[in-house]
Design a protein around this ligand. Sequence first.
Ligand code: RTP
Ligand code: MG
Length: 148
Amino acid sequence: MERTFVMVKPDGVKRGLIGSIVTRFEQKGFLLIAMKLMSIDRTLAERHYGEHREKPFFGELVDFLTSGQVCAMVWEGPNAIANARGLIGSTNPAEASPGTIRADFALDISSNIVHGSDSLESAQREIGLFFDGAQPPGLLFRAASDGA
Ligand code: RTP
Ligand code: MG
């Protein structure tokens, strides 16, 4: 079993797509472990996308991520990281395969509505960034005995 970090970006939240995106993960068979609606400050956005710090689009990416609320989630399942990226589709919605979230709901690479961790290291780092803060994990995470 593996866990991955998934986030509905501000464009997805504004367009009312949280439910549609959650449904796709549930229908695929993933188990929802944690979920919260939140605002991101620039520090968190810059840390989250730290690997892109030197890219020309970094400033716009941080502006975009801080432009409204996001829905941060942790999903669990076999090969969750790769499987979630498969459901999400290619970075550029114009190149994403039909049936993927980005192909079906987005048009533009800079507003592609959802994020998914790209490696085990990223998933652990991102889950830590978004869910291991001030709130006790017990309030956020499904109990181990909760089954499913
Ligand atoms: P994400 O991290 O959001 O899940 O997206 P990703 O792995 O598919 O793509 P990544 O390379 O990590 O890029 C992060 C986000 O930066 C924006 N981007 N813009 N203008 C460009 O060439 C460009 N390239 C990337 C996208 O919004 C992408 O989701
Ligand atoms: Mg990425």
